[in-house]
Write a protein that binds this ligand. Sequence first.
Ligand code: M6R
Length: 369
Amino acid sequence: EKSGYDYFMLKEIAEQPRAVADTLLGRIDAAGSLTLDEVRIPDSELREVDKVVIVACGTAYHAGMIAKYAIEHWTRTPCETELASEFRYRDPILDNRTLVIAVSQSGETMDTLMALRHAREQGAKVLAICNTNGSTIPRESDAVLYTHAGPETAVASTKAFLTQLVACYLVALYLGQVRGTKWGDEVGAVIRELSEIGTQVEQVLATMEPVRELARGLADKNTVLFLGRHVGYPVALEGALKLKELAYMHAEGFAAGELKHGPIALIEQDVPVVVVVPAPRGRSVLHDKIVSNIQEIRARGARTIVIAEEGDATVRPYADHLIEIPATPTLLQPVVATVPLQVFACELATARGNEVDQPRNLAKSVTVE
Ligand code: M6R
C-alpha cells in the first residue's frame, strides 16, 4: 500500500496536492462563492456568533492557530485557539453565541472530544473539522466539515494538516460571506488563489532535493530552532513538532518577536535556525522585521535556513540555505511553507536511522489523556 514509497509518510507528503484539491472540490463555485452544505448551522445562527473558539491537539492545534489569524482578519469576529487539554479543565466563558471549532484528523482524540462536550454543555455550537467519516468527534458535533485527505497512516501528520488548513480557510471565508464582512477585492483574490493552492504545493514538492541534502548534513546536530511571525509562527511550531517526533531532536519554535525576550541566548556558533519569512515588502509589514531577526541571529553565529518567497532578494544575503516557495497571499502561506519542513524532518529521521512511520512512544490516535 505504500505505492512504491519507502514510508507512508513520504507517500502522504506526495499526496498533498491531491488532498488539498479534494478538500476544495465542490465548495467554491465559478463565481467565487462558497457552499458548505454539510455545515448545517443556519446562516441566521452564524450571523449571531460573537466569538469563535478553536480547540485541538498537536498538529491540529497548529492549524487552529493559523485559522485564528484568518477568522479575525476576514470576519472581524474575535477568535481564540486553545489546546483542548487546557480548555477542558478551565472554566471558559461560552454561550449560545459562541462557535466552537474542534479540529481533529482522527475524530477520536480524547481531549478534543472532552473539550467539545464541555462546550456543548454550555450551549455553544460545535463545528468539527475532521478527516475520518463517522468518527466520534463529528458524531457529537452540531455540524462537520470533512477534510478529504484520505486515510493518513504515518503517525506524523502531513496531508491531514494541509487539508485542515484548507478547511479552516473555507470556514473563515464562509463566515465572512454569511456575515457580509470583508467581502471585497482582497477576499475575491484569496479565493482564486486558494483554488490553485494544490498546484503550488506540487511546485514545492518538485524542488525538495536540496532540502533533503541539507537535512542529511544536519543529522549529528542536537538542536534545531524555528522562527516565524504572524502565521509563520504556528508554521515554526509545526516544523519543530515534526522534528521532535520523527528525528528525536531538541527542536523549538519561537515567535521571532520574542527572540530578545529570552531565546536569543540559545544562539551559538553553527546552531541551525529555520526562519519562515513572510511575503516581501509591500505585501507584509513583517518582512523587514524578520530580516532584522535573521541578521541578529546570524551575527551570533546561527546557521540560517531561510524559507522565503521566490524572488525575495532582500533575505538572500543572510540565508546560509535558501528554500524558495511560490508567492501566495500572506494568510495562505502556511500551506506552502510547511511542506519543506515535513520533508526536512522525514529526511533527518531517516538519516538518524529512526522508524519514520511509527516513532517511538507515539500513537496515531490519542484516545486516552
Ligand atoms: O487525530 P487528531 O488530529 O485529533 O490528533 C491530534 C494530535 O495527536 C496529532 O496531530 C499529533 O500531534 C501528530 N502526531 C502530529 O504529527
